[in-house]
Design a protein around this ligand. Structure first.
Ligand code: FES
Length: 164
């Protein structure tokens, strides 16, 4: 699934940047270090906005194209911060065959967001996930970690209404 660029203003702090620079320094000259650098950078910021990717590119000498390619390829990396209400719809096989794709589409329609996006006020984020191990409840979604199961797309408006 193609990831989107963030629409939320970047608010990285000097302290976060200091930590990031220390991580980059730690891996200086290490082969195959980009994955751990990106993982640790996401640990610091909670996501990997373009601003953070640029710092990594500048300090490691790896091109932005390459870094962006990695970040957008791997599902573990987020280009957008989680919203205050972070919604994740499982697209694992058990959920998908029970219609979780329709549920994801319905939520995106309701929120006016594409999967992987965060609303510009930072309130809602929506993403697709792999199996979360609750297949018996398929199709499932989580909101801030709370699991909602055996859903149909008709349940979506009521669920969202709780968080608006
Ligand atoms: S496939 Fe959705 S919880 Fe396992």
């Amino acid at each position: 699934m193609k990831k989107k660029l963030t629409t939320v203003e970047f608010r990285g702090t000097a302290e976060q940047e200091e930590k990031l620079l220390a991580v980059i320094e730690k891996y200086n000259g290490t082969q195959g270090a980009m994955m751990p650098i990106l993982q640790e950078a996401q640990g610091i910021y909670g996501y990997l906005p373009i601003e953070v990717q640029k710092i990594i590119a500048e300090k490691t000498g790896v091109s932005m194209e390459e870094i962006y390619g990695i970040v957008s390829f791997y599902a573990q990396f987020k280009l957008n911060p989680d919203g205050e209400v972070a919604i994740a719809v499982c697209l694992g096989t058990a959920c998908y065959v029970k219609g979780s794709g329709d549920i994801l589409d319905e939520i995106c329609n309701e929120l006016g967001l594409a999967s992987g996006e965060t609303s510009s006020d930072g309130k809602f984020s929506i993403e697709a996930t792999r199996c979360i191990g609750a297949c018996g409840l398929a199709p499932v979604l989580t909101i801030n970690g709370e699991v909602y199961g055996r859903l149909t797309k008709d349940d979506v408006p009521d669920i969202l209404a709780k968080y608006r």
